[in-house]
Write a protein that binds this ligand. Structure first.
Ligand SMILES: Cc1ncc(COP(=O)(O)O)c(C=O)c1O
Length: 383
């Protein structure tokens, strides 16, 4: 194929930004107020109202939200926190920053979300919290985790980076934990470039807000106009994690599109599931009864014993056709820093690590893009 005949590159993910985001940012740039202020407060209120939670704090990333969650929860050296290894390193890294130790448990083989039975079996006298993660946008068994946390006196923290508009048994992901976090990173369900939200119980979010703005007792926006910006008190050794208004402007416009974006993701997922059923050795994602997935990822699982190619060979064949894919995730206990934390077998996690492949699935895709991925996979299976 000559370069002129090559199909265009189809990225694994691409944000969908419209005139609404540009108008909100322009408004902010013209307003004279660029840092955490009125737009961030509007964004916080939109998330709070939508999820029906007590409070929300807009921050610079989901990682920042997780770090603040763990600090506000009072985690410290010697504490154990139960969490899946099939996740991104952000939560385990932030846990280590507090001195607490992540205890990795396995995921369930249908949704690849943390298994409540495995979590319960890992509880010790040192356990302080459970951090769940809604893998690919499918909520974990929130009712089971809420009941477990309550019965054992533990904090429940939801890393809802993948699940902004997902529900399970009528409860919205992000609204069940004592605290929960969102990511608005560039490849997420909605994006503000970088950004995150800490959501949850009022007292904990209030503490996190203090910790996330240097430990200062008021925001610059609150002091602006009424008090001198130099008139403040520091009560705890805080960090600087606030979301600036330029970022919040993008996030706010994207948040309004969340239902429509999720509907489009679900459509793409349904098209894939219909078109890929029957390819030997290829398993499509399962949605549990009572669950609405946010479809951050469309994960396929390739069984090398039944499929004509391995997962990595399929990824190479798609790349040769200019179609990008990704893997979610290299399990955290395979990463150098965490090898010593791998203290129990995680068979389902290992299976996902070997077989999982994320196909392009995002609202900026056209129906022709989706057909292209399907056709390419059928070609690859035919050899
Ligand atoms: C499950 C999960 N949690 C947290 C993060 C970190 O998000 P951020 O980049 O907003 O800090 C990611 C990012 O990919 C993620 O996948």
């Amino acid at each position: 194929m000559t370069p002129a005949e090559e199909p265009p590159f189809l990225p694994w993910n691409r944000p969908l930004i419209g005139d609404e985001e540009i108008a909100e940012v322009t408004d902010t740039l013209r307003s004279g107020w660029l840092t955490h202020g009125p737009k961030a407060l509007q964004f916080e209120q939109a998330v709070r109202d939508d999820l029906g939670v007590e409070d929300a704090f807009a921050v610079s990333s989901c990682t920042a939200a997780l770090h603040l969650a763990f600090l506000a929860a009072g985690l410290r050296h010697g504490d154990e926190v139960i969490t899946p290894a099939l996740t991104f390193c952000a939560a385990p890294n932030a846990l280590l920053q507090t001195g607490a130790r992540p205890v990795f448990v396995d995921v369930d083989p249908l949704t690849f979300t943390i298994d409540p039975g495995a979590a319960e079996a890992a509880i010790t006298l040192r356990t302080r919290a459970i951090v769940v993660m809604h893998y690919a946008g499918h909520p974990c068994d929130l009712a089971a985790f809420r009941a477990l946390a309550d019965a054992r006196g533990l904090l429940l923290i939801e890393d809802a980076a993948h699940a902004l508009y997902a529900t399970r048994d009528g409860r919205r992901a992000g609204s069940v934990g004592d605290l929960a976090t969102h990511s608005y990173y560039a490849n997420k369900v909605i994006t503000s470039g970088e950004g995150g939200m800490l959501i949850g119980r009022a007292a904990l979010v209030r503490r996190a807000r203090l910790l996330g703005r240097h430990g200062i007792d008021s925001s610059v926006w609150q002091r602006h106009g009424t008090r001198s910006t130099a008139d403040y008190e520091v009560t705890v050794p805080g960090l600087k994690y606030v979301m600036p208004d330029i970022t919040a402007a993008v996030g706010l416009a994207q948040w309004r599109k969340l239902p429509a974006f999720t509907a489009r993701r679900a459509q793409i997922a349904a098209a894939y599931t219909g078109a890929l059923a029957g390819l030997p050795g290829l398993a499509t994602p399962t949605v549990q009864p009572g669950a609405r997935s946010g479809w951050f990822l469309y994960s396929i699982f390739i069984d090398p014993a039944a499929a004509p190619l391995t997962r990595d060979q399929v990824a190479e064949q798609l790349a040769a056709r200019q179609i990008a894919t990704s893997r979610h995730f290299t399990p955290v206990h395979h990463l150098d820093l965490y090898r010593e934390h791998a203290n129990r077998p995680l068979p389902v996690t290992e299976l996902a690590a070997a077989r999982q492949l994320s196909l392009p699935c995002y609202p900026a895709m056209t129906p022709a893009d989706v057909d292209r991925v399907v056709t390419a996979l059928h070609e690859v299976w035919k050899g």
